[in-house]
Design a protein around this ligand. Sequence first.
Ligand code: 7TS
Length: 412
Amino acid sequence: MNVASMTINPSLDTARADFPILNQEVAGKPLVYLDNAATTQKPKAVLEAMQHYYLWDNANVHRGVHTLSQRATMAFDEARLKVQRFINAKLPEEIIFVRGTTEAINLVAQTMGKRLVPGDEVVISALEHHANIVPWQMLREERGIVLRVLPIDDTGQVCLDQLPALLGQRTRLVAVGHVSNALGTVVPVKTIIEMAHSQGIPVLVDGAQAIPHLPVDVQGLDCDFYAFSGHKAYGPTGIGALYGKKTWLESLPPWQGGGDMIRSVSFEKTTYSEPPAKFEAGTPHIAGAIGMGVALDYLETMGMAAIAAHDEMLCRYAADRLAEVPGLRLIGTAADKSAVVSFVMEGVHSHDIGTILNSEGVAVRAGHHCAMPVMERFCVAATTRASFGLYNTMADVDALVVALGKVRHLFR
Ligand code: 7TS
């Protein structure tokens, strides 16, 4: 399906019109959706592409000679090319379709992990989402590896100066988030990659929160792996991508076994396909890949530089306006931040804040944001988090501040 023929509105100013879901009331108030770090809403173009696929082209990929299967295969392969282009990967076979960031990181942990021996080390940071902590802890249990953690400072930025002391002869991988989901900190991943590579150590970047907000160039970063989810970038749930350098994907053992990932099977011996098929056993989420491809087209049409500037403006405006709310303290004040404001209010639990904001039509997330070590670092049990998408406006921030005034009033 030709994207140009679909419902794309190529301007951030009018982007809201592409997202009908935003045009509704919650608790009798206009919905103000500020939970984009959890998941973004989907533009009509994505929904239309997925519906078109199911209405007209639905068939399994890579196995049929019939027309529908050919069409499905073409659309699926085209989606891979879109991901390749969006993150500037050198080759389409460097893109593995997965369920999302979580699955991408587990894929690397479980395949690379097979070769790790007790005492081998993996370095992560104190900013990570649980998806980039727990898979490495599971490897620690299974294989006796050592997990080293790069600390963060009081602003929520990683302490880069402490990285050299964590990298050594036994370091097998550095795995870091590009943008923190809990605080919005933009991590200097390029510098981290340079530092790790100078010692021959590969780097995996968790890009879940970066992909919808920053231009990402995997060749420019020179990362070895880059993981992200479609649903945080205006695409559907259940689909994401793992970028891996060709040499890595060729050298890693296969992951799940099944159809599509083999070249030949006999009871005596099975040989495996080349990447990406080697890592994509079974029927993939075809409609999801197509939807994610269109979501990336949508982002490209809007322009990642324009989106990043919009995010930065909203983030700065929100920090200024929130400073006016009595008793409110921002958690995460790094100089380089993207699209997230996290805060606590004196004497009010985050869940109460979230509930009251909801009664004012304002959707935020309250809790530990699957980043419990970050909460621990700032000595808080939870925060309230407002996270922005390309359709959010300064008026949305104003609505948040007005609703927080109600919270203040109720808990006075
Ligand atoms: N990494 C980061 C940095 C994330 O923010 C998330 C999800 C994940 C990994 C996992 O992504 P998934 O698509 O595989 O689930 N973060 C959030 C969040 O902040 N609120 O809900 C989910």
